[in-house]
Write a protein that binds this ligand. Structure first.
Ligand code: ZN
Length: 353
């Protein structure tokens, strides 16, 4: 999503971005508005869309500010045609903090609707087609719609917060994700009958629920573990000057999944499964140094997995080098993490639940 977004600037230190599909959506709606309603009404409808997205932005900013207040970290806010997303690097796990953070968004829309209603009273009439009435109505709809308990939408987060107060974070997340999936499927079915837009949102929420579920499973399985407990120790060390051809020959004869490019210093890794695509892309005499994956961080064997897990899961880093006294002891990468999650998840379920 990052690559297709245009940075707009920063508000309260939070980067605001617009996704390119938003521009397409905006141009499409404006042009079809002008075609159907004439230039004057078309432009005023474009102005309405822009105003709605400013309200969406304010909604996301309010989540972010409350999140930051309770120790969360906001990476950026991205505006998409179906709404905004505040991408959080760290979300507060305390149920009361999550509740306040989730409520802040819809509350902002209700407050905006209230302000518009009071300023333009008695001009605002719900269902009327003038600019202020429509903007007020949209804010009421946005606030209400976001309160649906479809995790990871705000209503779903409120549900998790409420459940979390009594039952704890893990149980609450499990239930919230289940309810979220059911609601998103409901939204898709409902949308098929009433409006295609709801289908898009339903699919988006469903994907969101699944990705939250994967992150949740990962944290559940690997919570409290140290890097040394999940690192892969059987890897092959290769000097950086070796060629792609020699690596290819070696990979045929060995059962290693990972080759670490190393000579006094760690340079990067190459995974066995990526070698065929490298053969397509690079000349055979390229050095392994040139093609290896250098996007890694170094941790000690004692580092808790939770410290870097999210970074790997969201793709911020590609792998982790576990180093002790300058010596590489093991590597951790997405595939090794998903193996560990499956194995340890099953073990924990059998023994603790
Ligand atoms: Zn929200």
């Amino acid at each position: 999503m990052k690559k297709w977004s245009l940075p707009l600037g920063k508000i309260f230190g939070i980067e605001i971005k617009i996704h390119f599909t938003f521009f397409l959506f905006f141009i499409f709606l404006t042009l079809s508005g002008i075609k159907d309603l004439g230039i004057k009404k078309g432009i005023s409808s474009a102005f309405l869309i822009l105003s709605v997205f400013i309200c969406v932005l304010l909604h996301e900013i309010s989540h972010s500010l409350v999140g930051i207040k309770y120790g969360g970290k906001v990476k950026n806010i991205i505006l998409l045609p179906i709404g905004g997303i505040a991408q959080m690097e760290k979300i507060p796990t305390n149920p009361f903090s999550e509740l306040k953070m989730a409520i802040a968004g819809p509350l902002t829309n209700f407050i905006l609707a209230g302000i518009l209603y009071l300023i333009f009273y008695p001009k605002v009439v719900f269902g009327k087609e003038d600019f202020v009435s429509q903007l007020t109505t949209v804010n009421v709809i946005l606030g209400t719609f976001n309160l649906l308990p479809a995790f990871p939408m705000d209503g779903g987060r409120i549900l998790r917060g409420l459940l979390g107060i009594k039952k704890g974070y893990y149980f609450a997340t499990k239930i919230a994700i289940k309810v979220g999936k059911i609601f998103s499927i409901g939204l898709i079915l409902f949308g098929l009958y009433f409006h295609l837009w709801l289908v898009f949102i339903g699919i988006f929420v469903f994907i969101g629920a699944i990705s939250e579920e994967n992150i949740f499973k990962a944290h559940f399985a690997l919570f409290g573990l140290k890097a040394s407990q999940i690192m892969v120790e059987d890897f092959k060390r290769i000097p950086p000057e070796n060629s792609l051809l020699s690596l290819f020959n070696m990979s045929i004869k060995s059962s290693y999944e990972v080759f670490v490019i190393e000579k006094e210093t760690i340079y990067g890794i190459i995974k066995k499964k990526d070698i065929p695509s490298f053969l397509d892309k690079f000349p055979l005499n390229s050095t392994v140094y040139e093609i290896c994956n250098k996007n890694f961080i170094v941790v000690s064997p004692e580092t808790e997995v939770d410290k870097f897990l999210s970074h790997i899961l969201i793709g911020k880093i590609s792998w982790v080098a576990v180093v002790e006294n300058g010596y590489l002891k093991g590597v951790i990468y997405p595939e090794s993490i998903s193996d560990a999650i499956t194995l340890i998840g099953i073990y924990k379920k059998r023994n603790f639940l």
